[in-house]
Design a protein around this ligand. Structure first.
Ligand SMILES: Cc1cc2nc3c(=O)[nH]c(=O)nc-3n(C[C@H](O)[C@H](O)[C@H](O)COP(=O)(O)OP(=O)(O)OC[C@H]3O[C@@H](n4cnc5c(N)ncnc54)[C@H](O)[C@@H]3O)c2cc1C
Length: 377
């Protein structure tokens, strides 16, 4: 039997692509190397604009709703911005990813868990995938296997993945301390080209730090300083931190289509380079990929229509985020000082998270940092 599509990986990108393809009547096989629900190193922050992409069914696995942002910069007095409506929801990825995968299964996708794709090969008019349990054939393949991606390595000869690194801990607050239910903390002072965070969950805090560039930094030492500076957290030695790669978005990324293969989500480095939001872009790219694959299978349109959609819809946003990240992470103290005096940038960013403004809109509405620096001079 030959499938229409094999989706490798059932994180947000893979489950979304599988769901949308099954809904379009395609014969879909999804392979997942783990078994859901499984722990995933992630802050689990979902911007409210996700509602526009997938509706509100996932609210069943939301643990907290965020309406406040506490900004900090390595020990300087922090400040707060309160938003007029929620900007983000907090979830745990075991439950969120299991929810998405279940949606795909109910739509008719065949899902094989505990079954990693091990070898992938392009044939003349199909793709062959080997797993420890067998061999499958499909007319197309979607690489949704995160970072580093085996699909990218096997089927994209020009693939050059560049990664940053992140560290995360799921911890109770320090003894006698607590953290508010509706606030997140972002500290831009402890790590170069990145930030540290505290996100509230139902019964604990998800905390960590990430750098979007792969320069040499002692993440554990920096996390130790972060925990020392924020007394809500227990000492780093009392926490269990887990490291993970984080894709580095490049404004000059090559094609995400090669032959009959497509990359989505982290496998395609589709991550916001400002605050590392990846779930929203994983789901968005999964939807665009599903549309392109369905049109390829049913109407013979070229698969590269996926590249066109990504370039038109997602990339302009990520490029603008990339510019903002460059400014913020090159001048964190200056940005902190400016935003503590004038909070429009953060209020505007809240609107981006709410889906009321795009990154490009934020940039155009007077938040072009050249104007800020101009004022300062
Ligand atoms: C510390 C940290 C904190 C983060 N916090 C946030 C946050 O708060 N908000 C946010 O939006 N983003 C956050 N991100 C980014 C987010 O986790 C990713 O962008 C998102 O998970 C990408 O989804 P994906 O579906 O592309 O890949 P993944 O979620 O990585 O899913 C890939 C799936 O593929 C499976 N797989 C891998 N190899 C194979 C194989 N060979 N065969 C079969 N299956 C395979 C994996 O088991 C996994 O289930 C964070 C990342 C890190 C590291």
């Amino acid at each position: 039997m030959i499938y229409d599509v094999i989706v490798v990986g059932t994180g947000p990108a893979g489950s979304t692509a599988a769901l949308e393809l099954a809904r379009r009547g395609c014969r879909v096989l999804a392979l997942e190397k783990k078994r859901h629900p499984r722990y995933k190193v992630c802050g689990g922050g979902l911007s409210v604009r996700l509602n526009h992409l997938i509706g509100r069914g996932y609210h069943a696995v939301v643990e907290k709703t965020v309406t406040r942002l506490v900004m900090a910069c390595q020990g300087r007095p922090s400040f707060e911005v309160a938003f007029d409506a929620p900007i983000a929801y907090m979830t745990m990825r075991d439950r969120f990813d299991a929810y998405l995968m279940e949606q795909a299964r109910q739509a008719g996708c065949e899902i094989r868990e505990d079954e990693p794709a091990m070898e992938m090969e392009s044939m003349d008019d199909s793709i062959r995938v080997k797993t420890p349990r067998g061999e499958y054939h499909a007319r197309t393949i979607i690489g949704a296997d995160g970072v580093p991606s085996g699909v990218a390595k096997s089927l994209f000869p020009m693939n050059k993945t560049v990664c940053g690194v992140a560290l995360e801990s799921e911890t109770a607050p320090a003894s006698g301390r607590s953290w508010s239910d509706d606030g997140v903390l972002i500290d831009i002072g402890f790590i170069r080209h990145g930030y540290s965070w505290i996100f509230p969950k139902a019964d604990h805090l998800s905390c960590g730090l990430a750098t979007f560039h792969r320069d040499r930094q002692d993440l554990r030492a920096r996390y130790g300083q972060f925990a020392l500076e924020h007394p809500t957290l227990p000492a780093a030695e009392a926490q269990r931190t887990i490291g993970h790669l984080i894709p580095h978005f490049s404004p000059n990324a090559g094609s995400r289509v090669h032959g009959r293969a497509i990359l989505v989500g982290d496998a395609a480095a589709m991550m916001d380079p400002f605050l590392g939001e990846g779930i929203y872009y994983a789901i968005w790219s999964g939807q665009l990929a599903a549309q392109a694959v369905a049109e390829f299978l049913k109407e013979g349109k070229p698969l590269t229509s996926y590249d066109d959609s990504v370039q038109k819809e997602i990339e302009p946003e990520l490029r603008t985020a990339h510019r903002i990240a460059w400014i913020v992470y090159h001048f964190p103290r200056l940005v902190f000082r400016l935003t503590s005096r004038r909070t429009e940038f953060l209020v505007g960013y809240g609107k981006v998270l709410q889906g009321r403004m795009s990154y490009q809109g934020l940039w155009k509405r007077g938040l072009d940092p050249r104007r800020w620096f101009g004022r300062l001079l």
